[in-house]
Design a protein around this ligand. Structure first.
Ligand code: FAE
Length: 538
């Protein structure tokens, strides 16, 4: 199979990377694009740059490496949903096999209604939403080419500079806010809802009611930018295009409207002709080999049959399997003796972005609407409250019927952190998060929502997260940490002890971003890959 190795010529092409202009186009002298890119990575292949995982960190790495003239292979354990194999048929109220990563029953975040379990039996399949179950925490993640961008709500929020400096003091924040956050926003296609339309659309009644109640209790709300194409959504409302956000699609994928990574970063990377993407390929082990790494990859079908175990060698490996995927892989490899020099800090510093979810039962005069867009547009900002900081997304509950439920996803400043550890008995990796670790998040969210309940004369719903359970405190959408920047890695994501091995994803970020995290993950990846290409490919 033809590969374009990391030749001296292509290497030289990256030598002076460092200016934004250079990042945007192949440099003079970059290696020519291969005539015909191979379909997927071959057993026995030697590749220059291997990217593991196709979420935000992986997509940034793939684009900037290929633009710098470096032939790049990207392996992703989930399906490629964009090759015409099918569309995202599942909705939040009707999960089918495409909804869930290899389970016999769906595993919905809001899993009960009126006390009844609303999950459904489904065939085992490489569905788009995975729930990784640890002892006291299940972690939702996207699976497929595009990673979390396939399943997320598209909220693209920049943290305050002060908070960014609090969590990542070793990073030059001036450069982040002048260069890398704007670069990430532009490449992701971040935009904002038309305020006039939001005021009139029946699909955003839930947001307006949530805002009214927050304001009446003295809390301010903020409009949240998003990567969803708001003009497309207007047309959905007008009935002139196929509905997606207005048809209950989000956590199991959007067929239309959402600018997921397969339409932005990854599409651009593919357009260079230097990217080979291998879906349904999972990296299972990694050992030093010569001056690079020998990588074992398991290829499966979308029903889970293993069709190949491949071994490839790579000069440089960019780990972008997500906070959980990257941490699990590294902790296991270290325990097995495959990557013996990894820092002791690998596996620690994990947090859930302080996530907790909860619903309030509105009175009948505060209906939230039978029609609800799946894309959130407002957040309640109580981050200034030193007694319990929170940023609370006014979330939709798009069931197609009036439920009077006001749903919230709170991001809170929870100081608790957990660690991943290898379990010899199961050959698996555990996460030390305890049920009690979520209590500070509940306390912070209550500082806002108790006050709203008191003012409105309302109560919490107790039937959404169990038969009698108020708080969705045992799952997260926002895993962060496990291989922290500056401790497990150097200040740009190079893993200590193993040259040529990098972390590119949410594993670098210490547990909480104060807002929805993907914009921060993307901007940090932009910063790091620029430095790595500039210094390590000479
Ligand atoms: P991620 O996007 O998870 O990508 C990792 C990729 O690696 C995945 O595609 C995996 O399948 C793949 N992978 C894992 N292990 C392997 C392996 N061994 N071999 C090959 N491939 C592998 O990582 N964030 C926001 O900012 N705004 C939102 O509105 C928002 N809503 C969300 C809603 C839901 C339901 C969920 C689940 C998440 C949401 N998030 C949101 C979180 C966001 O999607 C997440 O922080 C990022 O996707 C993390 O990016 P990473 O690059 O770290």
């Amino acid at each position: 199979m033809p590969q374009t190795p990391l030749t001296r010529r292509s290497v030289l092409a990256t030598g002076a990377i460092g200016s934004a202009a250079i990042m945007l186009a192949p440099r003079a002298g970059a290696s020519a694009a291969p005539a015909a890119a191979p379909a997927v990575i071959a057993n026995g292949a030697h590749v220059g740059a291997l990217v593991v995982g196709s979420g935000y960190g992986g997509a940034v790495a793939a684009l900037r490496l290929t633009q710098a003239g470096i032939s790049t292979h990207l392996v992703e354990m989930g399906r490629d949903w964009g090759t015409g194999n099918g569309t995202f048929t599942a909705t939040t109220s009707a999960p089918d096999k495409r909804s869930t990563w290899f389970r016999t029953r769906s595993d919905q975040p809001v899993n009960h209604f009126m006390g009844a379990d609303i999950n459904r039996d489904i065939p085992m399949y490489a569905g788009v939403l995975a729930s990784d179950r640890f002892a006291a925490m299940r972690v939702y993640q996207g699976r497929g080419v595009g990673g979390g961008s396939l399943v997320n709500g598209g909220m693209a929020v920049t943290p305050t500079k002060a908070y960014f400096e609090e969590i990542l003091p070793s990073v030059n924040s001036a450069a982040m806010y002048s260069t890398y956050f704007p670069r990430a926003s532009a490449a992701l296609g971040v935009g904002s809802i038309d305020p006039a339309w939001m005021e009139s659309s029946p699909w955003y009644k839930f947001a307006r009611v949530g805002r009214k109640q927050a304001n009446r209790s003295g809390f301010s709300t903020t409009v949240v930018p998003n990567v969803y194409d708001w003009n497309y959504m207007k047309q959905e409302q007008a009935g002139t295009v196929t509905k997606s956000a207005l048809a209950g699609q989000v956590i199991y994928g959007n067929d239309n409207g959402k600018r997921s990574l397969d339409k932005t970063y990854l599409a651009q990377a593919k357009a260079t002709g230097r990217l080979v993407v291998s879906p349904l390929h999972e990296v299972t082990s990694l050992v030093p080999f010569g001056s690079g790494y020998k990588v074992t990859i398991r290829q499966i079908t979308d029903t889970g049959t293993v069709v190949a175990i491949k071994t490839v060698t790579a000069d440089k490996v960019f780990l972008a399997a997500g906070s959980v995927g990257t941490s699990k892989l590294l902790v296991r490899q270290r325990a097995l003796g495959n990557l013996p020099n990894l820092a002791a800090e690998v596996g620690s510093g994990w947090g859930n972005n302080g996530n907790v979810m909860v619903g309030r039962a509105n009175h009948m005069w505060d209906a939230t609407g039978a029609n609800q867009s799946t894309i959130p547009a407002l957040g309640i900002n109580n981050w200034g409250d030193a007694g319990g900081r929170s940023f609370i997304e006014v979330a939709p509950i798009p069931t197609g019927i009036e439920t009077y439920i006001q749903l919230y996803l709170a991001i809170t400043a929870n100081p608790n952190r957990a660690a991943f550890t290898y379990d010899t008995a199961t050959d698996g990796v555990n996460l030390s998060w305890q049920p009690s670790h979520s209590q500070p998040s509940i306390n912070a969210a209550k500082r806002v929502l108790d006050k709203i309940n008191k003012k409105e004369g309302t109560i919490y719903r107790t039937d959404l997260f169990g038969s009698v359970k108020t708080w969705g405190d045992d799952f997260t959408y926002h895993p962060l940490g496990g291989c922290l920047l500056g401790t497990a890695t150097d200040n740009v994501g190079r893993l200590h002890g193993h040259p040529g091995l990098y972390v590119m994803d949410g594993a670098l970020i210490p547990g909480c971003t104060s807002v929805n995290p993907f914009l921060t993950i993307t901007a940090l990846a932009e910063r790091n890959i620029e430095a790595i290409i500039g210094a390590d490919f000479v």
